[in-house]
Design a protein around this ligand. Structure first.
Ligand code: GDP
Ligand code: MG
Length: 312
């Protein structure tokens, strides 16, 4: 945390900047992605009522006073079964290991679950400062919250506890202030106005995946992935984007297309609007659906998602 020695003579004039990585960890569906978006003030990470929507590490960047906070949204931590699950859980713990601060999110409405207990045990091995955030307080009565906070603070050493609602924004400003005051002193890593480090192609693919999930979450298992194949900026300022939705089986391809192409059309319309808003340019979006058998066991797909490929 030492200040750089050089430039010390100027430090009377220049304010001390701070900068650090804050990992948001927690069980699936506790509201990590919603919180990231609330902290950054923009939609960076996709949110659905379905568990395991976030697959890779999504970084959102916010400035709070003299501090730049780089939030890392992680896949939920839970008892993994499949290879993709293991990769996601592994990357979540990896980001906690690398972070300057870790914020553990608990769904206060659901209360403590087995996955939370496992995470609390895992936290013992994390050196970074730990902050507890009880989320979804809009759904919970105060006494229940206090009890939960007390119990959690007995189980792990938290530097502070916050009661927040990522949905309504309640308590978010206090949490952000605390984090800003506790990241290490140091230069900012990103330009002041940058809010994400994800390439636009990836952001666009994530938006389409959100629409896919929102529309088909009953029918479609989460073995589907979206890749942006073409990104062409046209002379009139618009962007032509071609994306492929990969599914594992022909039956899933039919579901994504829908009757007479109705489902894919609706997904495309919703995704186009959000992508255009995100990149602030008109968008022509073309979606393709392809079957790629066994992509869940293909190392190349993991690389594209920024995940490590677990050997077993
Ligand atoms: P993640 O899996 O931890 O990233 O959770 P998400 O951010 O995707 O949120 C899961 C679900 O919880 C979504 O339906 C959110 O709208 C909902 N949610 C998140 N935060 C809150 C909150 O503060 N209050 C309420 N009522 N719902 C929330
Ligand atoms: Mg998420």
């Amino acid at each position: 945390m030492a200040e750089p020695a050089e430039g010390a003579s100027e430090s009377a004039a220049a304010p001390v900047t701070r900068c650090g990585f804050v990992a948001l960890i927690g069980a699936p569906n506790v509201g990590k992605s919603t919180l990231l978006n609330a902290l950054v003030g923009a939609k960076i990470s996709i949110v659905t009522p379905k568990v395991q929507t976030t697959r890779t590490l999504i970084r959102g960047i916010a400035v709070e006073g003299p501090a730049q906070l780089i939030f890392v949204d992680t896949p939920g931590i839970f008892a993994p079964r499949r290879r993709l699950d293991r990769a996601m859980v592994g990357s979540a713990w990896g980001s906690a290991q690398d972070a300057d601060l870790v914020t553990l999110l608990i769904d206060a409405h659901k209360g403590l679950q087995d996955d939370d207990e496992a995470i609390l045990r895992g936290l013992a091995d994390i050196r970074a400062g730990k902050v507890l955030a009880l989320n979804k307080v809009d759904l919970v009565a105060k006494p229940t919250l206090l009890q939960l906070a007390q119990r959690l603070n007995q189980e792990a050493a938290f530097a502070a506890t916050f009661m927040v609602s990522a949905l309504t924004g309640d308590g978010i400003a206090d949490l952000k202030k605390f984090l800003a005051a506790h990241v290490p002193a140091g230069p900012w890593l990103y330009p002041e106005d940058q809010i994400s480090d994800a390439p636009l192609r990836q952001l666009a693919a994530e938006i389409t995946r959100e629409k896919l999930y929102l529309r088909l979450h009953q029918e479609l298992p989460y073995q589907s992935t979206v890749e942006t194949e073409v990104w062409k900026e046209l002379k009139d300022g618009s962007v032509r984007i071609e994306q492929t939705i990969y599914v594992e089986r022909e039956s899933q391809r039919k579901i994504v297309l829908g009757k007479g192409g109705a489902a894919i059309k609706a997904i495309g319309t919703a995704a186009r609007a959000d992508i255009a808003a995100a990149i602030e340019h008109p968008v022509h979006l073309f979606l393709f659906v392809k079957v790629r058998e066994g992509w869940g066991d293909d190392p190349e797909r993991y690389r594209e998602m920024g995940l490590e490929f677990p050997q077993e």
